[in-house]
Ligand binder design. Sequence first.
Ligand code: PRX
Length: 656
Amino acid sequence: MAQPEKALEALLEEDRLFYPPQDFALQANVRDQGIYQGAQKDPEAFWAAQAESLDWYKRWDQVLEWKPPFAKWFVNGRLNVAHNCIDRHLKTARKNKAAIIWEGEPGDSRILTYQQLYYEVTRFANVLKGLGVKRGDRVTLYLPMVPELPIAMLACARIGAPHSVVFGGFAAEALRDRINDAQAKVVITADGGYRRGQVVPLKKNVDMALEGTPSVEKVVVVRRIGGPFETPMRQGRDLWWHDLIGAAPLHCPPEEMDAEDMLYILYTSGTTGKPKGVVHTTGGYLTGVSTTHRMIFDLKEDDIYWCTADIGWVTGHSYIVYGPLANGATSVMYEGAPDFPARDRFWAIIEKYGVTLLYTAPTAIRTFMKWGPQWPERRDLSSLRLLGTVGEPINPEAWIWYHRHIGGGRCPIVDTWWQTETGMILISPLPGITSLKPGSATVPFPGVDAQVVDENGRPVPKGSGGYLVLKSPWPAMLRTIYGDPQRYVNQYWSRWEGMYFTGDGAKWDEDGYFWVLGRVDDVINVAGHRIGTMEVESALVDHPTVAEAAVIGRAHEVKGQALAAFVILKEGVRAVPELISELKEHVARKIGSLARPEDIIFTAELPKTRSGKIMRRLLRDVAEGRSLGDTTTLADPTVVATLSAKEAKAWSGEGG
Ligand code: PRX
């Protein structure tokens, strides 16, 4: 496998080209290159035509109202997302089609047809109403990957209550912050979830989080584990899902929502310590995710589609729940780890259900590469016809491995670039017409205006690198940061006039292909999960022994990037090896294990510019063992030399 520092080089030197296989191209949903010119000429007409395929109570008066940077799509249109994802399919042959095929980690499974999903969702919508949840009230969902998660999301959408899903890997404190920011009225959780055979005690985390959340009135608890696993329930506040749903009436008329009503809030990391509540709305979002899902994954009526993400992230929202269900697809959902009970679990699921479309992350692919091709070889993967990736740049080596060992050399790969904020895929091949270059997300989706610009916001010439921006609004774009519109403006729209800044660096090649190279801000992408350096730094300085901390992302063979924390201890505290694990645990306890630093490096000082800014580039060089470049702006050049010596100690094991 390529060394991490070689990965970027390999990416930039990649020049292989893969044409769409002829048999695939002939049957593809999109076969005509003209789609790009048409959409470019009149993006509003393009999106309006897509929106026509949804069910509207009232058609829109205007496709787009753009008062930069605030957009309204399908102005005055009225629709309901749950109706579009469920009810309208019941009048067709999809009524008895599997909507969700769910596979539990221990091996249990459950299949919900569209009709069954309807009953579950309408009953739970009535449960929510019974608990006093009204249109506009926020509901926090902190659940494992069980069917009750999409059911609860769709029930919220049905009654017009925005949901805020918090990934089950977040710790109590992170959950509390998100509940409080959204001012949620109800929290939905489970007694626990399975992960590699272990139980993750979700309800216990909720109990801790709820010590400081005055807005929460009720907690609904799904029994996932049961048996001897004890779950204390607080009288008057905590209720079992199965008790409530058993007593709930069937049928619940969907609320007629405005196209611009909030569908959900999803928190993501930014450049400050406080996570941002990204707001997505109804009409444009559903148009964007259903269109991209249909065209990019080449969805056909009999496809079995599996996105391996967790619904706690945007990929799960848009491409497990809303996009696929709006399209009447069969969507597979898996609860657990890829190596439980053995390293062929993914391939076993593909064989068991005959998965045709697979969407996963580069970090997973690199893990599979490490485990070796003998695991997929044990299973029949011949049902697969298209593969996708998302979340981070894919190194060409992993791309080729995926193509050969999972796709059998016959499946196109759609490398899809997008973000929590964009709501939908914005840069991706259309598999029937786009030639692929391993490592490149290829070209913007029809109607999407992406560009690479320089420091001054001017487009770079072909063959050059710069910053990735979006120059016009798209239907699924975030509308604001919950409760903080000014932050929305500052964060995304202030660097250059009239442009949305993605936070990513990218190269635009001679053929006009985009090569997204990664974040250029203080956001780190660890195994496809977004983590803000400031969040981890605040968690560290919250520890009684820590005076100051600086966190950077260093290259990691499997995770893409890993967190390295440079820590200055308080006077008199000794840098003993036990403190390293203590600090790692402390961060995991405060944020969640996804933010646990890979390395803790004790240092006496941090390299700062004369104006006091920490020079993260230098820290990255130190953490990756590279020779240091120009350090002339450093306030105290000796700091780096001392750091390097410490760093050498940490690697050799002396530092722990
Ligand atoms: O840096 C880009 C990277 O993931 C970031 C967005 O993270 P998040 O909001 O958590 O959403 C992830 C799933 C949509 C982006 O700013 N990223 C995502 N997809 C790709 C990517 N980088 C390169 N290639 C991709 N295909």
